[in-house]
Design a protein around this ligand. Structure first.
Ligand code: PMP
Length: 404
């Protein structure tokens, strides 16, 4: 029997199941934005409650102006890889700037956050073992898979399980790898415990701060800052496509670690450098992020409103303590029906499910480009749809969560 190598499951299968239930949830094109924080989709004005533009910077006029200026000065592409012709001075400025911001010695910019995580392959050689949280982002998993060492998964956030694995697995070099804030369920990795285990077992700790950069910490420098561990990082990876409103990725940490990956990681060496417009946008966004802490405060305020509002009507948003607000459903068909009801009501959220997540869920995020009115609309839409679909809910309102 000849099989079609292209015909392999994944999101397409999930989509087929949803379509059978009349739900068309993926690859829906945004046609534009209104000035008051609404998105235009299918000709309708909706609350986009699924964006990772946490601080509302992707459409900030200062960020756009910086990108336009760089486009005029350097062109649309660097037309080559970083080690050869594809480095511009903007990359170097951005690397120095972001290293300083993260409290790290050095940083190397990648073309996407995904590629920053693929760079881990270069750190996982024969005889090495990577200990990877079971809910890590796909890009961390793929980075490790491209390495030649072994990967052992530990139960999500479970320090005891990780300790057992560290104790029993023979290894030359050890890496512990985790998301900082988990991308789908919004819970925070136990960084102090992970750091202590890394020290005890002489392992390097790698943290993907995609969803905590700009969100956690008094300065917005992410989970290491929030935990007071900036001076003990081995490697932080992050993306510019979330709180920095741009595109691109970065690895940061002690100069020796960053330099090794800058030279050895194939995803950094063999790909065209970050477009100058994206580098300039990220640089400008960093300035705004630091100068305007009120954006982070607004993000947290709206996150609190969302968590509390949904929990007040008996919808559980655990385990999140962050602006990523998950609401779980028994299966994709029910999550899909709820998603369709929300869309009909003018609220667009993210519909996600296994294998990307441990369960069928809606992932809801508001950003600093939104206000209390948007939050109110989201909560009202959830209430109406839950009533109409008779969604199972806790009998009592659930108590508020403490936002991280
Ligand atoms: N890490 C995490 C935790 C992410 O959520 C994402 C994006 N979804 C990435 C890495 C990849 O970042 P980028 O979009 O810049 O490729």
């Amino acid at each position: 029997m000849v099989v079609d190598p292209f015909a392999k499951g994944g999101l397409q299968d999930a989509e087929a199941v949803l379509r059978a239930h009349g739900v068309d949830a993926y690859f829906r094109a945004v046609e534009g934005w209104t000035d008051d924080g609404f998105a235009v989709l299918g000709g309708r004005t909706v609350v986009m409650a699924g964006s990772n533009d946490y601080l509302g910077l992707s459409r900030d006029p200062r960020v756009i102006a910086a990108a336009v200026e760089a486009l005029g000065r350097y062109g649309a592409s660097v037309s080559g890889s970083r080690p050869l012709n594809g480095t511009v001075d903007l990359h170097e400025r951005l690397e120095a700037r972001i290293a300083g911001f993260l409290g790290q010695e050095a940083a190397a910019v990648a073309t996407t956050g995904f590629q920053a995580n693929l760079a881990l392959a270069a750190a996982l050689g024969p005889g090495d073992v990577a200990f990877s949280d079971a809910r890590n982002h796909a890009s961390l998993i793929d980075g490790l898979r491209l390495g030649t060492g072994k990967i052992l998964t530990y139960r999500h956030g479970d320090l005891d399980h990780l300790r057992r694995r560290l104790t029993t697995a023979p290894a030359e070099g050890r890496l512990i790898v985790t998301d900082g804030v988990f991308s789908m369920e919004g819970d925070v990795a136990p960084l102090r415990g992970l750091r202590d285990l890394a020290d005890e077992f002489d392992a390097k700790l790698i943290v993907d701060s995609a969803h905590d950069l700009g969100v956690l910490g008094t300065r917005g420098a992410g989970l290491h800052e929030a935990a007071g561990l900036e001076d003990r990082a081995d490697l932080i990876t992050a993306t510019f496509s979330k709180a920095l409103g741009s595109t691109g990725g970065v690895i940061a940490g002690p100069a020796a670690n960053v330099t090794r990956l800058r030279y050895n990681a194939r995803s950094l060496v063999f790909s065209a450098g970050l477009p100058p417009a994206s580098a300039a946008a990220a640089l400008q966004a960093l300035d705004i992020l630091e100068a305007e802490p009120q954006r982070r405060e607004r993000l947290r305020r709206l996150a609190r409103l969302l968590h509390d509002g949904l929990r007040a009507i008996g919808l559980d948003t655990r385990p999140s303590t962050t602006p990523i607000v998950p609401v779980a459903f028994p299966d994709m068909a029910q999550a899909g029906a709820f998603w369709a009801g929300l869309t009909e009501a003018g609220v667009v959220v993210n519909l996600v499910g296994p294998p990307a997540t441990s369960r069928a869920m809606l992932r809801v995020t508001l950003t600093a480009a939104h206000d209390e009115g948007h939050a109110e609309r989201v909560i009202q839409a959830f209430t109406r749809v839950a009533d109409r679909l008779r969604t199972p809910r806790a009998a009592q309102p659930l108590p508020p969560v403490e936002i991280s």
